[in-house]
Design a protein around this ligand. Structure first.
Ligand SMILES: [Fe+2]
Length: 389
């Protein structure tokens, strides 16, 4: 065979192989955990092709994942197994304080007619070549909780990486993203490129993060799709949960400027969203779950300081309610600098605004809550201590 023919044949073969590989279904992002509580979690991942998806769940009992058929939980809605490229499976009625192993599957749907559905290949997370993924449900009786908070990353993956380097994930219960993790929301790809792929790679498959939306997640054509990727226990962007001795109240700050501002092009309705949220907050602080927790921590991106419209709204609508709830600490971001305000006559709890190049780490028992702030080199730069009331 002539040399030229061999070159053409090899070129043809390599193009065919690469096209075949491209056309195969693959998990392109995730999986990651959301909305983890004592008895529920949602597992989310995406594929490059539409598929029917499910999670297999196994106890953490030392058996091989292939020991027996594991129960399957499908991504379902309105009586359908959903065909989609964004997959979310909510596991309910879990046992508190229990570690589960999980595996995700997607079965490609290649054609969907009125009376005919065709399937392609199935893709799944690996449980043979590597350990199955795990998560542990929250435990209100856990003696100690360790949580972290980062904010205002603005799509800087290297910054996020440097803040999270050295974290002992086996000792870390949860992470907060306190807003402005990106500068705007324009596509699913950008969402994962900006910070989510780094989160998944570093911890989010097995350690939950809880998101407080910032004023930059509200911007862009993909902003209204954002909640789909970060489901919460309430179905809203404000919610509560308890882990160990701490009751967390996560609030949505909305935008910083008035809804009528030219920058929002007539699409903002955050005054109403904050009013609706204040009504929910009023009821929430009356709950036994809130009243009985040794520590109460509020997570909100914009602090009720300064004089912008958003700041004033938070001061006017949220702070008076929080003032009657014995809040121990409010954690904020937004300012891109460190600021600490002691409790005073206006705000009956301290406010810690975290620098965007620093990370907050909190350890709490039922007697003491210690806050350690570290920089991008992992060096501790400040500490604060709170005793139980
Ligand atoms: Fe902000």
């Amino acid at each position: 065979m002539k040399a030229r023919s061999i070159v053409w044949i090899s070129l043809f073969l390599s193009i065919s192989i690469s096209l075949a590989a491209q056309s195969r279904i693959a998990i392109d992002h995730g999986p990651y955990l959301q909305g983890l509580t004592e008895d529920e979690v949602t597992i989310i991942w995406t594929t490059n092709k539409p598929a029917v998806s499910w999670v297999e769940l196994a106890p953490d009992d030392g058996t091989h994942f292939y020991h027996e058929a594991r129960p399957q939980f499908f991504a379902e809605n309105y009586g359908f197994k959903k065909v989609d490229s964004v997959h979310m499976v909510t596991l309910k009625n879990l046992t508190p304080n229990t570690t589960y192993r999980y595996r995700v599957y997607s079965h490609e749907v290649t054609d969907h007619q009125a009376y005919y559905v065709a399937y392609g290949r199935t893709v799944a997370s690996d449980v043979y070549g590597q350990k199955p993924l795990t998560f542990t449900t929250n435990n209100p009786r856990k003696e100690e909780v360790l949580f972290l908070m980062i904010n205002d990353i603005h799509g800087d993956n290297a910054l996020m990486d440097s803040l999270l380097t050295g974290v002992q994930w086996d000792k870390t219960d949860l992470v907060f993203f306190n807003g402005d993790m990106c500068t705007d929301m324009r596509s699913e790809k950008k969402l994962f490129d900006d910070f989510m792929d780094t989160a998944v790679k570093t911890f989010a498959k097995e350690t939950p993060f809880y998101y407080a939306r910032g004023n930059h997640e509200t911007r862009g054509n993909f902003a209204s799709t954002y909640p789909r990727y970060f489901p919460t226990p309430t179905g809203q962007l404000y919610y509560t949960f308890r882990q160990g001795p701490v009751f967390f109240i996560v609030l949505d700050c909305g935008e910083d400027k008035p809804d009528s501002d030219i920058e929002y092009h007539g699409l903002a309705a955050f005054d109403n969203y904050r009013t609706e949220q204040a009504q929910w907050l009023e009821k929430t602080i009356q709950s036994d779950a809130c009243k009985q927790a040794p520590f109460k921590v509020v997570i909100i991106h914009i602090p009720p300081l300064g004089n912008w419209h958003g700041e004033n709204e938070i001061l006017k609508k949220f702070v008076p309610i929080l003032n009657s709830a014995d809040i121990d600490l409010m954690l904020c971001g937004h300012l891109h600098r460190h600021l600490y305000q002691e409790k005073n006559n206006t705000t009956h709890f301290p406010i810690l605004v975290n620098h965007n190049r620093q990370m907050v780490g909190v350890t709490a028992t039922d007697k003491l809550m210690e806050v350690h702030i570290t920089d991008t080199k992992g060096k501790q730069v400040k500490t604060f201590t709170y005793k139980v009331r």
